[in-house]
Structures are given as structure tokens and as C-alpha cells.
Design a binder for this molecule. Structure first.
Ligand SMILES: [Zn+2]
Ligand SMILES: [Zn+2]
Length: 169
């Protein structure tokens, strides 16, 4: 696909699915309550993991969570992070996204359904609205529990960089 095609597609998609508005912030107190409501013990590690996923909304991998939190809590082990993540996923507070195979990413679970845009250049993942015309019912006899919609392409920054490089050729 040439650069014009990519840019045009991105503009069309982004007009249709305006990137989700301002992020809500989750205080440690609110997170503690959410964990407690699901019958889990709100340990320091669980609160830290959930706060990182909920407030940054960058869809991190487990390694990225570990990297960021070990700076703040040097005694944290990788196993503790993985265990906390699994407990939060099982409790329905965090959900796993498998956008690239073998590379799980994590997102806050209790939020309105949304789709994801993945930049194939810088790897950034941003939230977008769900496309307006998803089928709302399945083939009879099938029950849909979750719907994952991903768009892939270039984010505005990478599209600009690519346009500059292509123009200078
Ligand atoms: Zn990008
Ligand atoms: Zn998301």
C-alpha cells in the first residue's frame, strides 16, 4: 500500500471511530474498594498492578508492568506480579488482550466496550470506539461472551514520519 492509501485509511477510520475521550482516574482507595467487592484481598501488589493498568491505559505486557513497578517497589518479584495479574483477571477486574500471538497485554475490564488500534510501526495501542455495525446477535444456539475488534495501521505520528521519509526519497 502506498503512503497516500495508508493516510487516507487512517483518516477515514479515525473520523469514524473518534479515539475515546479523557481517561478517568482511579485512586488507590477506589481500586481497593473494587478489589474488595470482588472478594479479593486488596494487597499492596494487587493495588499497584491494577492502578498501573487502570490509570495509564497503555495496555502493557506483564513484563512492562513488572519493569515499571519494580522501580517503585524494588522487593517485588516477577512471580508476585504474575500472581497478582492472574488474580485480577480471574476476578474480572483486568482483561487479557491477545493482539499479537504469544504476547498478552492487559486492560481494565470494567469499562465500556471498545476496540483497539495497533500501530504497526511503534507498537502503540490506543482505545477506539466500537465500530457501529457489529452484529448484535449470534447464530442461534451460540452465546457470545466477548468481542474483540482490532485495527492495525499507523498512528498519526508514525504516518507523518513515514510521509516525510517517503517524500525525501
Ligand atoms: Zn506509531
Ligand atoms: Zn483498551
Amino acid at each position: 500500500m502506498d503512503k497516500v492509501g495508508i493516510n487516507t485509511n487512517f483518516v477515514t477510520i479515525s473520523k469514524m471511530l473518534i479515539v475515546m475521550e479523557k481517561l478517568e482516574t482511579y485512586s488507590d482507595l477506589r481500586i481497593t474498594e473494587m478489589i474488595h467487592e470482588r472478594g479479593l484481598r486488596p494487597s499492596v501488589q494487587r493495588i499497584a498492578v491494577m492502578s498501573f493498568v487502570a490509570n495509564l491505559r497503555k495496555h502493557p505486557t506483564a513484563d512492562e508492568i513488572f519493569g515499571a513497578l519494580s522501580e517503585k517497589f524494588p522487593s517485588l518479584s516477577r512471580t508476585t506480579i504474575y500472581n497478582s495479574l492472574h488474580a485480577l483477571v480471574d476476578a474480572g477486574l483486568i482483561r487479557e488482550l491477545e493482539i499479537e500471538s504469544g504476547n498478552r497485554r492487559y486492560d481494565l475490564a470494567p469499562q465500556p466496550p471498545h476496540s483497539h488500534f495497533v500501530c504497526k510501526e511503534c507498537g502503540k495501542i490506543v482505545d477506539m470506539k466500537m465500530p457501529p455495525q457489529l452484529p448484535d446477535s449470534a447464530t442461534p444456539g451460540y452465546r457470545i461472551d466477548s468481542v474483540d475488534v482490532y485495527f492495525k495501521g499507523l498512528c498519526p505520528e508514525c504516518a507523518d514520519k513515514k510521509a516525510i521519509i517517503d517524500n525525501s526519497k
